[in-house]
Design a protein around this ligand. Structure first.
Ligand SMILES: Cc1ncc(COP(=O)(O)O)c(C=O)c1O
Length: 461
């Protein structure tokens, strides 16, 4: 591309903010739009400074940014050419220029099931008659509310469609509940350890989380009285705990929370034995949060809240201040996937059982001092090491290409550094490679060598 043409293409980007950032944004945008195809040779720093009428330092700074992000490759004497990063980082906490070959096990989620494609095709056809309307359904699309109600009823939680609000994931449901039922400073009971985003949501509303210790055996009673409690009795994240029906009854007898949010994100993934009675079927204080994310596909961003009609009306009104309503096409897909739940879930559970058992066998052989129990539900192992070194282990693991989440991320106070979470979401044939990396990382911890200081992940799913 000639430097004059490049100056024309860049003109709209150069008005606002520091010139080098505008220039970098312009070149990046032109590369991503395909208007500067990969391999295009661009003007030298000196030439471009001349035609744009800016200092050469500005161009140098912009080219440096683009090189570090992977949008520009410069060869000595060969000028600079447009490139694209191997993987455009999707994580909000990704470091620019991060190695693209990282195995990201800070996310516990499976790839989409094959049945998703048929559901997408059918949903596209079903979309047609809906196009005549404005497409906003604050409580959710009627047929998706119906499909969720049927799904819950079949699982033992008798539900009508008007008791269901469709959300953009179960975490969204938790956020709406926090908005509806609390005001800043109020105490909210959360399991310790718990899923980090549950804690993040509590903190972001200026609430005070109160720890309710939970182990692989259950909850440490008694718990202090609070207006709201969050529990994950079905494949607890991260302990993998599955409460028996007797434990649920005992918990509900003793728990003094006015509203109990039961997060059923993993409830469709009971791997051993038959599923216990849903918490919501045992107590009227329970509001159930559910999701397509773990059992079906996280990319749909479809979840639900099951509650009484008045509560749902409030949540739908509060939603007006955040997202108004969920996307229609995804809700149509979710309804069709739920109708295929028996086949999809049987396949998912079989896959997870195989991966869990292969991972547990390989770990027992390779790292015999690490302890864990066999989770009866969900998709993660909660591994206890002999010493409080999980943060170091996770830092070394990242250096060699494996991203994990250490125990402190799952607690209010940054404790639990003897534990880390290991999802069994990779196929069994990949297990040996992951365990080799863990052995390598554990050896580095034992050697006392410092990790590189790479930024650790906060973003956890
Ligand atoms: C216990 C728990 N709740 C909620 C979520 C987020 O679910 P969703 O994708 O439905 O928002 C996760 C994801 O890891 C989780 O483990």
């Amino acid at each position: 591309v000639t430097s004059d043409r490049l100056a024309e293409l860049l003109a709209p980007w150069l008005d606002a903010g520091p010139a080098y950032l505008g220039l970098a944004a312009g070149l990046r945008g032109l590369a991503l739009d395909g208007r500067l195809p990969v391999g295009t040779r661009i003007a030298s720093e000196r030439q471009l400074a001349l035609v744009l009428g800016v200092s050469r330092n500005t161009i140098t700074a912009a080219y440096d940014v683009l090189r570090s992000e992977g949008y520009l490759a410069s060869a000595r004497g060969g000028g600079s050419r447009v490139t694209l990063p191997a993987a455009v980082p999707a994580r909000p906490d990704a470091v620019p220029g991060e190695r693209p070959d990282i195995w990201d096990l800070s996310v516990a989620a499976l790839p989409a099931p094959a049945a998703l494609i048929d559901s997408v095709t059918e949903a596209a056809l079903a979309l047609h008659p809906l196009l005549a309307g404005h497409g906003l359904y604050p409580l959710g699309l009627p047929e998706t509310r119906e499909a969720v109600a049927d799904h819950l009823t079949r699982r033992g939680l008798s539900t009508r469609a008007d008791q269901v609000l469709i959300t953009n994931g179960s975490l969204h449901g938790w956020d709406l509940l926090l908005r509806a039922l609390t005001r800043p400073g109020v105490r909210v009971l959360v399991e310790q350890p718990t899923y980090p985003a549950v804690l993040d949501a509590v903190m972001s509303h200026r609430l005070r989380p109160v720890a309710f210790p939970v182990t692989g055996q259950g909850w440490e009673m008694p718990a202090p009285a609070t207006a709201l409690a969050h529990l994950i009795p079905d494949g607890q994240n991260p302990t993998g705990f599955l409460a028996t029906t007797a434990q649920r009854r005992n918990l509900l007898r003793q728990l003094r929370a006015e509203v109990i949010a039961c997060d059923e994100t993993f409830a469709d993934l009971v791997l051993d034995g038959s599923p216990p009675v849903p918490l919501g079927a045992l107590d009227e204080r329970v509001v159930t949060l559910g999701s397509m994310s773990k059992a079906f596909w996280a990319g749909l961003r479809v979840g639900w809240v099951r509650a009484d009609r008045d509560t749902l009306t409030r949540l739908a009104q509060i939603r007006a201040g955040t997202d108004l309503a969920g996307p229609v096409l995804e809700q149509l897909i979710a309804a069709r996937l739920l109708r295929r739940a028996d086949a999809v879930l049987a396949e998912r559970r079989a896959l997870l059982r195989r991966s869990r058992d292969a991972l547990m066998d390989a770990l027992t052989l390779a790292l015999p001092t690490w302890r864990f129990h066999r989770p009866a539900a969900g998709m993660v192992l909660w591994i206890e090491m002999p010493e409080a070194r999980a943060t170091r282990l996770v830092a070394h693991a990242l250096d060699i290409g494996l991203r994990l989440t250490a125990g402190p991320r799952f607690t209010i106070d940054g404790t639990a550094d003897r534990w880390f979470r290991l999802p069994y979401t990779l196929p069994p044939e990949k297990v040996a490679a992951v365990v080799d990396l863990l052995v390598d990382a554990a050896g580095r911890v034992d050697s006392g060598a410092p990790p590189s200081g790479n930024k650790q992940s906060r973003w956890t799913a």
